[in-house]
Design a protein around this ligand. Structure first.
Ligand SMILES: Nc1ncnc2c1ncn2[C@@H]1O[C@H](COP(=O)(O)OP(=O)(O)OP(=O)(O)O)[C@@H](O)[C@H]1O
Length: 254
């Protein structure tokens, strides 16, 4: 069953056509990769899916609902979570609080109201804290829950971003270059984590990534963007051997 369908999505910035008639169907439970050279439109696509931009043309359907003009927070509540290419954590909050703040997108009381301390809010707050701790356990950061986010190593900050995105209980998770800046050991751990959260949380995952070994290893299908157009789509083996992809992106001998 399709979770997300893009139909003829285009995005113009002034005279620049950052996306040009992109069609894509992401099926439930799959890990779907989006690759392409710098400036190909990958992050723009994520920004459209999460409501940051309204597409100039085309339709965006999430679980049979058209979401083209929906506000970002409503899209998040519907179940689309994301991480960002440039890490966006609250550096002066603890690791735990970064995840708790993430949960308040779906809580009834909201982060600031929760500070008032009414009994119902305290109960909800306890649940949120418990869940945040579980998520930190999952991403391997439980022992660092009281540290400032600022003090974490880069790879740890990327994992914290994933925990924060998961706090919203998404069914579709968008990861924008999750392996950027990671060493090879951290990348192996990241691949395991992505597989694990997909299974345990029954997620569908859409992934933008420049690290080819990661993409080819964990994605079931891959779409390739070049100058805003989708030039190929298919399983990793097919993409690796596609002439157009090799010429525009992977390079001869990739
Ligand atoms: N807000 C904006 N205003 C104007 N141009 C933009 C804006 N956002 C993106 N662009 C342009 O749209 C094109 C696609 O950019 P985008 O960031 O989506 O590419 P990308 O594939 O994610 O690149 P990278 O791999 O470097 O992250 C680029 O030419 C970029 O300069």
């Amino acid at each position: 069953m399709p979770v997300l369908t893009l139909e003829g999505i285009s995005q113009e910035f002034g005279g620049l056509r950052a996306l040009d008639g992109v069609n894509m169907v992401v099926e439930e439970g799959e890990i779907f990769g989006i690759i392409g050279p710098n400036g190909a439109g990958k992050t723009t696509l994520f920004n459209i899916i999460t409501g940051i931009y309204i597409p100039s043309e085309g339709d965006l359907i999430f679980k049979e609902q058209r979401i083209n003009r929906m506000a970002t927070h409503n899209i998040a509540r519907l179940g689309i979570g994301r991480t960002f290419q440039n890490i966006r954590l609250f550096n002066k909050l603890s690791v735990l609080d970064n995840v708790r703040v993430g949960s308040h997108g779906i809580s009834r009381s909201g982060f600031f109201k929760s500070l008032l301390g009414l009994p119902s809010m305290l109960r909800e707050e306890k649940e949120i804290k418990g869940r945040a701790e579980e998520l930190l356990e999952l991403v391997g950061l439980y022992d660092k829950k009281m540290e400032y986010a600022d003090n974490l190593a880069y790879g740890e900050q990327r994992r914290l971003e994933i925990a924060r995105a998961l706090a919203l209980k998404p069914s579709l998770l968008l990861l924008d270059e999750p392996a950027a800046g990671m060493n090879s050991g951290e990348k192996v751990e990241l691949m395991k984590l992505i597989e694990q959260i997909r299974q345990e949380m029954k997620l569908t995952i859409l992934l933008v990534e420049h690290d080819m070994s990661l993409v080819m290893n964990i994605c079931e299908r891959i779409a390739v963007l070049d100058y805003g157009r989708k030039i190929a789509e298919g399983p990793p083996e097919e993409i690796k051997n596609d002439e157009r992809v090799i010429q525009s992106y992977l390079g001869v001998g990739a």
